[in-house]
Design a protein around this ligand. Structure first.
Ligand SMILES: [Zn+2]
Length: 263
């Protein structure tokens, strides 16, 4: 499968160097993710398409850096079809109506086909797209090389689901992953194992912090992270909360008012 990287050109604290979108040319010219709709992204997409017309956009999930480009792309390529797994609350941000995708759906793309793989956790509607013949997985926000992925616990994130999704992709055993942020991942299994290990360690640290008296997410954040930049404070809190909710689901922690306690 022939793949061209088209950068979203939207760098920022949450997006790193900006979003990667991928164009698959061929009989069904397909774009993976819509980024944010910046003029420079649309220009890059037009250059990558050349004389071809965009047939389809597969949106990995409804977060703004993946989906806000849908309306501007639809305005410029009105014949393109947009598909994603529904997340009704968030999908309303777009005027556009997407065709619904479900886990296991096969979609023609380029000169081949992609399989939708539901991988919730970072977002409830999160899909990866798998190209079986070449072993390439478009992995969206499942993992980012050299960083960790935010589980927005108060905005549809779920850590238990996320760990199950990591395991699901580990079992799928792709040869390489093309993420929505950062460079291509040529050793997926190693990176996924590192992620699973990181989450286990973080959980141990949170339990230690609670054992030594931290009761509230902010207090746990203060023990876990030193010299945290202000804009990352909220993300760290969400991450700690995601662990607490997971522990609660496993009946290993419970919440009393604003306080959390180990069971
Ligand atoms: Zn996201």
């Amino acid at each position: 499968m022939d793949i061209t990287l088209v950068t979203g050109d939207n760098p920022g604290p949450y997006t790193g160097a900006g979003n990667n979108t991928y164009l698959i040319p061929g009989d069904t010219p397909t774009l993976i993710d819509a980024a944010t709709g910046k003029a420079s992204h649309l220009a890059g997409l037009a250059r990558a398409l050349g004389s071809a017309a965009l047939a389809q956009v597969l949106v990995t999930h409804a977060h703004p850096d993946h989906a806000d480009g849908c309306d501007p792309i639809a305005a410029r390529w009105p014949e393109a079809v947009f598909r994603k797994m529904p997340w009704p609350d968030r999908d309303r941000r777009q005027a556009l109506i997407c065709q619904p995708l479900a886990d296991g759906d096969m979609v023609a793309a380029g000169n081949g086909a992609l399989r939708a793989v539901h991988t919730p956790g970072h977002a409830p509607d999160h899909l990866c797209f798998y190209e079986e013949t070449g072993g390439t997985l478009f992995s969206a926000d499942l993992v980012v090389l050299g960083s960790s992925v935010v589980i927005p616990s108060s905005g549809g994130g779920n850590l238990a689901d996320y760990l199950t999704s990591l395991q699901k992709i580990r079992d799928l055993d792709p040869l390489r992953m093309l993420p929505a942020h950062g460079p291509a991942i040529e050793a997926p299994r190693e990176v996924i194992d590192g992620y699973l290990e990181h989450r286990r360690r973080r959980e141990d640290q949170i339990i230690d912090a609670m054992r030594s008296g931290a009761r509230r997410p902010d207090a746990i954040v203060a023990r876990l992270y030193q010299n945290l930049r202000a804009e990352l404070q909220l993300l760290a809190r969400e991450s700690v909360l995601a662990h607490l909710v997971k522990l609660q689901g496993e009946k290993r922690a419970c919440q009393r008012g604003d306080d959390w306690e180990l069971v």
